[in-house]
Structures are given as structure tokens and as C-alpha cells.
Design a protein around this ligand. Structure first.
Ligand code: NDP
Length: 448
């Protein structure tokens, strides 16, 4: 029986990082994967989504170019070209992941892993033994129980459509729904987004959510809040007839459900171990990623938490360093920045205004809403919005939020300053880069 120091179940972001780092510390490592190397992020998540987002941006770029003097024919979009080029790029990345594992000396075991007991995992008829086993199997799209839900697709399928629909309905108000409402709209699809409460992106800064809804609506996405789909019927011509909570009906060619993801732990054999689940069904772990079964660890999406690739990478790295080197095993979750690649982008780090009001006695809020220089000529009716939250007690900036072009790129830099404890005085004494949108973050002088 093959024996490892570390056996990783799941070759996504967190699992591959843990495997590679453990192997670099001299551990004998095996990694089990039943689908594709790189997990959700590389195959049906972050990477292909961002490529699609770039594709969708060209639509507005072509329009904006006219007032800059460019004479363009009406642009024609060919979906199969985008899909197939994206597929080729993802296949290349899968190969890179395979190469990384191979060069690190990690044994790749292809197939479905199932725990036999706390030290043994079977893949088909072969059983592997390990002193340490890491569950890094990630999550899977979750569909609510709606009559006709089998006619809906998830983010797993949207990346491989045979053809682009004319009309799409997107259900959900989180990252995936909002990003895909923007992407599909940009690619020329007529999009309706349905969200069950009064404003999408629950948990983000209220004003940021309001500005994004307004900007997306201005661009032409039909966003309906306090609305949901209650039944789905497939017509003979393959179109879908939706009945909504309000009683309204909608006809569509494609229905995308992006209503959250659940841990992918079915048939993992966890019942043969002492691993326990939380009330929300994620694998229960402590801050060192230890489950209730000594020697079995879990990290990344399967444990709930942030469900962000860079967080899973940090967790995988920390665990490998602790088990096979002298790392503390802890991950610092303070000020994790995040972006929603909607059009326009939203990016944020730190506390929302609402959270900061609860957390700190006294806060100062600085904001700026303006027309990006680029759109003074393009003529596009688009506004950029920025907001800083400052803890009045020590002048530290504890939140930065932005809705606008390249917000994801811009907030990453601010995240470093905020994590380093920058005060508003430091922001104020920083010289701006002119002309840029980013300089607004160092020129907001009056609190509102
Ligand atoms: P989210 O948890 O972000 O959003 C799920 C959405 O679906 C919420 O708006 C939720 O509403 C709604 N919802 C849940 N259940 C139902 C239901 N039964 N009926 C109707 N609506 C429902 O999940 P996503 O699927 O969008 O994404 C999963 C995770 O992947 C994200 O949390 C994020 O961490 C990660 N991700 C990150 C990205 C990035 O970094 N850019 C991009 C894409 C995904 P409510 O608010 O009422 O709960």
C-alpha cells in the first residue's frame, strides 16, 4: 500500500498549494483529483470568468472609441471563438498545474477519493495511507427547490454553451450572479437579474450596492429586486417560461442560477472518520485547519469562510509550512480585499460604513462620486464612486470601497496601506498620480 506524509483530496487552489509546499519541505505527497487540475477557479470560476469579462468590455470600448475619432463598423461578436480560445487557455493552465505538481514530486492520483477510515483513502480499488490527510474538495453550485429547476444551468455550464442566447435570466444577488449579469449583457444578451431581497450584494457597503445597481441599470441590465423565480416550464421550442414571485411572467432562452455553493462532500466517506460538519454543512475546523479527527485537515471553500482563491492559497501554504516546516499555521484574515468583476467593477477592503458604525465608537466617512476623465469624451453616462472609512479615535483608514473601472486593480494597492495601518493623514500626505481616478483616494478632504 502506497503511503504518504500528506495526502490531499482535491487539486484546486488550496489543495495544490498545500501539496506543492509540503513536497518542497521534503514530504512525500499524493494528491487526488477526479475532475480537472486547478479546481473551480481555473476551470469554471475566476480565470475563465475574467476572460469573459474582458470580452464583454469590448462592447462598451468600441462604443466609447467613436468620440475619440475611431470610425468603426458595427462590431460582430462570435461566441464560439471566445469559448474555444478560452478552452485552449484553460487546457494550457491545466497542463501548467500538472507540471508544477510533477516538478515538485507530488504524485497525482486521478479518480474519486473516499475515506475508508481516518488514515486511508480509496480511489477505485486502490487504497492509500497517509499520516496527514487534507480535505480540499471545494464546493459545487446549489440549486434551490423550484419546480422545473432542472431546466436551469449553473456557473459550471455557462462556460461551455453551444451558442449564446438572445435572452437570459440570472437568479441570485451574489458575486456570480452579478458578474454574469454584466458579462452576458456586455456580450449582447438581453439580461434580467432577479434577487430575492431589496438590494443585491448583501454584506457589502450599502452605498456601493446602490451605486452598482444604478450603474448596471443605466447600462441596460434589467435588475429586479424583491423578485424570485417560482416555477420554470420548458416550451416545445426550448424557450423557458418563468413565473415570478410577483406573479409576473418572463420568457427566456437561458436561465442561470447563481444561488450559492455547497461543500462537495457527497460520497467522500466522511462517515468513516470522526470529521464533523458545522450547522451550515461545511467541514468544521479550528484556526489550524484541524478537523475533529486528528490528522485530518480541511481548508478552502469546503470549510465555508471566505470562499476566495487567494484565501485558500494562503491556507494551503500555512498548513504545509506548519506540518512540514516551522510555520505557525495561522492565516491573517484581517483586511481581506475582494472584487466583484461586474461592469462596473466593485472592489473593497475592510469595513463597510454599516459595519464600521457598529464596530467603532466614532467614524469619519469620505466619499467621491465623479465622471471618469475617459467618459468626458466618450460621452458615456457612467460614474465612478469611492469611499473611505476612518476610525476617528486613531485616524486609521479601516475601509476603502470603489465602484468603477479597474476597481479590482486599484484596491489591491490600498489594501497594503490599510493592512499596514495607514492613517487618513498618510493618505492625505500621499501625492496623487495625475490624471487618474486613483488620485481621488488621496484627495478626499472633507468628511460627510
Ligand atoms: P453568494 O453566496 O455570493 O451569493 C448567493 C446569492 O444567491 C445571494 O444573493 C443569495 O441571497 C442568493 N440565494 C441563496 N439561496 C437562494 C434561494 N434559495 N433563492 C434565491 N436566491 C438565493 O454565492 P455565489 O454563488 O454568487 O458565489 C459563491 C462564492 O464564490 C462567493 O461567495 C464568493 O466567495 C466566490 N466568488 C468570488 C468571486 C470573486 O472573487 N470575484 C467571483 C465568484 C464567486 P441572500 O443574499 O438573500 O442570501
Amino acid at each position: 500500500m502506497e503511503k504518504f506524509d500528506l495526502l490531499v483530496v482535491g487539486a484546486g487552489s488550496g489543495g495544490v498549494r498545500a501539496a506543492r509546499i509540503a513536497a518542497s519541505h521534503g514530504a512525500r505527497v499524493g494528491i487526488i483529483e477526479e475532475r480537472f487540475l486547478g479546481g473551480t477557479c481555473v476551470n469554471v470560476g475566476c480565470v475563465p470568468k475574467k476572460l469573459f469579462s474582458y470580452a464583454a468590455h469590448y462592447a462598451s470600448d468600441f462604443e466609447d472609441a467613436r468620440n475619440y475619432g475611431w470610425q468603426l463598423q458595427p462590431a460582430d461578436f462570435d461566441w464560439p471563438t471566445l469559448r474555444d480560445n478560452k478552452n485552449a487557455e484553460i487546457a494550457r493552465l491545466n497542463g501548467i498545474y500538472g507540471g508544477l505538481l510533477e516538478r515538485a514530486g507530488v504524485s497525482l492520483i486521478e479518480g474519486h477519493g473516499e475515506f475508508r477510515d481516518s488514515r486511508h483513502v480509496a480511489v477505485g480499488n486502490t487504497v492509500y495511507e497517509a499520516d496527514n490527510i487534507l480535505i480540499a474538495v471545494g464546493g459545487w453550485p446549489h440549486f434551490p427547490d423550484v419546480p422545473g429547476i432542472e431546466h436551469a444551468i449553473s456557473s459550471n455550464e455557462i462556460f461551455y454553451l453551444d451558442k449564446l442566447p438572445k435572452r437570459a435570466v440570472v437568479v441570485g444577488g451574489g458575486y456570480i450572479a452579478t458578474e454574469f449579469a454584466s458579462i452576458l449583457h456586455g456580450l449582447g444578451v438581453s439580461v434580467t437579474q432577479l434577487y430575492r431581497r431589496d438590494l443585491f450584494l448583501r454584506g457589502f457597503d450599502q452605498e456601493v450596492r446602490e451605486v452598482l445597481a444604478e450603474e448596471m441599470r443605466k447600462s441596460g441590465v434589467d435588475i429586479r429586486f424583491n423578485e424570485d423565480c417560482v416555477s420554470i416550464v420548458k416550451n416545445a421550442d426550448k424557450t423557458l417560461a418563468l413565473t415570478l414571485k410577483s406573479g409576473a411572467t418572463l420568457a427566456t432562452d437561458l436561465l442561470l442560477y447563481a444561488t450559492g455553493r455547497r461543500p462537495l462532500i457527497e460520497n467522500l466517506g466522511l462517515e468513516n472518520t470522526a470529521v464533523n460538519l458545522t450547522d451550515s454543512g461545511t467541514v468544521a475546523v479550528n484556526e489550524l485547519f484541524e478537523t475533529d479527527d486528528p490528522g485530518i485537515f480541511a481548508l478552502g471553500d469546503v470549510t465555508g469562510g471566505y470562499e476566495l482563491t487567494p484565501v485558500a492559497l494562503a491556507e494551503g501554504h500555512a498548513l504545509a509550512d506548519r506540518l512540514f516546516s516551522n510555520g505557525s499555521g495561522l492565516v491573517d484574515y484581517d483586511f481581506v480585499p475582494t472584487a466583484i468583476f461586474s461592469h462596473p467593477n466593485v472592489a473593497t477592503v475592510g469595513f463597510s460604513e454599516e459595519e464600521a458604525r457598529e464596530r467603532f465608537k466614532n467614524i469619519k466617512v469620505f466619499k467621491s462620486g465623479f465622471k471618469h476623465l475617459r467618459h468626458t469624451l466618450s460621452g458615456r453616462d457612467a460614474r465612478t464612486f469611492m469611499k473611505l472609512i476612518v476610525n476617528a479615535a486613531d485616524d486609521r483608514v479601516v475601509g476603502a470601497h470603489m465602484v468603477g473601472d479597474d476597481a479590482g486593480e486599484l484596491i489591491q494597492g490600498l489594501a497594503i496601506a490599510i493592512k499596514a495601518g495607514a492613517t487618513k493623514a498618510v493618505f492625505d500626505s500621499t501625492i496623487g498620480i495625475h490624471p487618474s481616478a486613483a488620485e481621488e483616494f488621496v484627495t478626499m478632504r472633507s468628511a460627510v
